[in-house]
Ligand binder design. Structure first.
Ligand code: 4AD
Ligand code: MG
Length: 441
C-alpha cells in the first residue's frame, strides 16, 4: 500500500497508517529475529522494529549507528508500560539505506564517546551536534530567538540589522578584533548599540539579533569570541522604565519558551529544577552589593575586602547571585568601571545609570544603561577613555539633530541558554563555539 512521507513530530496523527520516514539511526539493537532502531529525523525520535526476514537479512545485520535510511511501515500505539519515544512504534516492512555510516574504529560511537578529551570533541563538533543534549540545547536556542522576536513585536520594537564590520569600538579597545578592510583598519563589532541609537529618530524603538565579537583572552565558562547578541534601544525612557522593560522581556521570553511544546519539554528535561523568574526582580545597587560581599566574606580580585570602584568579577558575582538565589538587577556602577557612554546619576555623580541582570548559576546575562544624550558630556566621556571621537561623528550627530533621553541593553543568547538549560559553560550553547585558540570547525 501507498505510504505517506511524514516527519516524526507528526507521528501521532498517523496511528494505524503506513508511512515513510527518512532519518538517521540514533540507536541500534540487534536481537535474534528482531532489530530495534531508534530513528532520528531532527524533529524527534521513533522506535522502528524489524522482524522476520527483514531482521535477519545480511544488510540489517551490518547496519550501523548514523546510517541514513528510508523506512516504511505501520505506526501503532504501544500499550502502557512498554516504553519507546512518544509511546509509539513503527513496524517496518521495508527500508532502503541512503548512506551507510562506518563501523569499527571509525564508527560514530567511537568518534564521540563522552569521556573523550573535550578538545577532541570540539574538533568533532559536527558529529557531536547529533547527540541528544547538544541538539536539545540548539532546539531551545531556536525557541528563545523566536520568543524574543515575538516579545519585541508585542512591545512595539522594530527589528534592524546593523553591520558587523565597523570602525568604532563600544566596549573597550582591549577586546577588539581588528581586520583589514580594503587597506583600512576596521573591526568586528563588539555591540550594535551605537547603530541602534541612530535608528531611534527614524524607526522608534528598535532591536537587533546580531553576532558580536570579543577578543577575550581568558578562558572562562561564560566568554566566547563570537556570540549572538540580542540588543534593544528605546527613546524617551527613564532608567526605571529600562529596568521594568528588561524584567518584562525576560519573564515573557521564558514563558513563551516554556509554552512551546518542543522547547518547553526539552527545558524540563535538561533543567528539571528550573524556576521561571517572577516580576518584580530583586534590585540591588552596586554599593549595596559591596556590603553584601564584605558581610559574606567574599574577597575582591586581590583577595581583599571590596572597596568602592572595584570591579565585581565573575567568581564574586556568581557567588553572590547563587547565594541570593533569584534574578538580580544590579544597578548604579561607578563611572570608572563602566563605558564612556553611560550617564552619571543625578543624585550621585560617582555612579552611572547602568544595570546588569544577574541570574543564578551564570551571573551576568544582560548589560545595559541609559545613554549620555548631551554632546559635550559625551565628548568628555570619549576623552576619559582616550577615544578619538572623529570616527564617531555619526554617533555624536545623534546628540546634535534632536537629541533625547534613551537607553538600552544587550542580552547574551548563550548565557540565557546556559541559565535556562542548566549548562556549565556557554560553549555548550553555541553551534560552533569560538574562543581563544578555536576557530574550527
Ligand atoms: O555587558 P556588555 O558588554 O554590554 C554591551 O555590549 C552593551 N553595549 C549592550 C547594549 O547596551 N546594547 O554585553 C552585553 C551582554 C552581556 O551581559 C553578556 O550576556 C553578553 O552580552 N556577553 C557575552 N557573551 C558571551 N561571550 C562574551 N565574550 C560576552 N561578552 C558579553
Ligand atoms: Mg557587561
Amino acid at each position: 500500500p501507498a505510504a505517506k512521507k511524514i516527519k516524526i513530530r507528526d507521528i501521532a496523527q498517523h496511528i494505524g497508517q503506513r508511512v515513510e520516514i527518512q532519518g538517521w539511526i540514533h540507536r541500534l539493537r540487534l536481537q535474534k529475529g528482531r532489530a530495534f532502531i531508534i530513528l532520528r529525523d531532527g524533529t524527534g525520535f521513533l522506535q522502528c522494529v524489524l522482524t522476520g526476514d527483514l531482521a535477519n537479512a545480511y544488510q540489517t545485520l551490518t547496519l550501523t549507528v548514523e546510517t541514513s535510511l528510508y523506512v516504511f511501515g505501520t505506526i501503532s500505539k504501544l500499550p502502557e508500560g512498554k516504553s519507546a519515544p512518544g509511546g509509539v512504534e513503527l513496524a517496518a516492512d521495508y527500508y532502503t539505506i541512503v548512506g551507510l555510516a562506518p563501523s569499527g574504529k571509525e564508527s560514530f560511537t567511537n568518534k564521540i564517546q563522552e569521556d573523550l578529551d573535550p578538545n577532541l570533541l570540539l574538533d568533532r563538533r559536527h558529529l557531536a551536534l547529533r547527540g541528544e543534549t547538544l541538539s536539545a540545547v540548539m532546539k531551545v536556542r531556536a525557541s528563545v530567538l523566536g520568543a524574543v522576536r515575538r516579545v519585541y513585536q508585542e512591545e512595539g520594537l522594530t527589528e534592524v540589522t546593523p553591520p558587523c564590520m565597523v570602525q568604532t569600538q563600544v566596549e573597550g579597545g582591549s577586546t577588539l578584533f581588528k581586520m583589514d578592510y580594503y587597506g583600512q583598519e576596521a573591526y568586528l563589532t563588539q555591540s550594535s548599540q551605537l547603530y541602534l541609537e541612530t535608528c531611534l529618530p527614524a524607526l522608534g524603538d528598535v532591536y537587533c539579533i546580531q553576532e558580536s565579537f570579543r577578543a577575550e583572552k581568558s578562558h572562562t565558562r561564560r566568554h566566547l569570541s563570537e556570540y549572538t547578541h540580542i540588543e534593544a534601544e528605546m527613546a524617551f525612557i527613564s532608567f526605571e522604565d529600562l529596568l521594568d522593560h528588561i524584567e518584562k522581556v525576560i519573564v515573557k521570553t521564558v514563558a513563551y519558551v516554556l509554552e512551546d511544546p518542543v522547547a518547553g519539554a526539552l527545558v524540563k528535561q535538561l533543567n528539571p529544577g528550573f524556576v521561571p523568574p517572577k516580576m518584580p526582580f530583586k534590585r540591588l545597587q552596586y554599593i549595596e552589593a559591596l556590603d553584601w560581599l564584605n558581610e559574606n566574606g567574599v574577597p575582591n580580585e586581590e583577595g581583599n575586602p571590596f572597596k568602592f570602584g572595584d570591579d565585581i568579577a565573575e567568581a564574586a558575582e556568581r557567588k553572590m547571585t547563587d547565594t541570593i538565589g533569584v534574578p538580580i538587577l544590579l544597578t548604579r556602577f561607578p563611572v570608572e568601571i563602566k563605558s564612556f557612554y553611560m550617564p552619571k546619576c543625578s543624585d550621585d555623580p560617582r555612579v552611572t545609570e547602568s544595570v546588569d541582570l544577574l541570574m543564578p548559576t551564570v551571573g551576568e546575562i544582560t548589560g545595559g544603561s541609559m545613554r549620555i544624550y548631551d554632546k559635550d558630556e559625551l565628548l568628555a566621556g570619549f576623552k576619559r577613555e582616550g577615544i578619538d571621537p572623529a570616527s564617531y561623528y555619526w554617533f555624536t550627530d545623534q546628540r546634535v539633530y534632536g537629541t533625547c533621553p534613551h537607553g538600552g541593553y544587550g542580552l547574551g543568547t548563550e548565557r540565557i541558554l546556559a541559565w535556562l538549560c542548566n549548562r556549565f559553560t556557554v560553549r555548550d550553547c553555541s553551534l560552533y563555539p569560538r574562543f581563544t585558540g578555536r576557530c574550527t570547525p
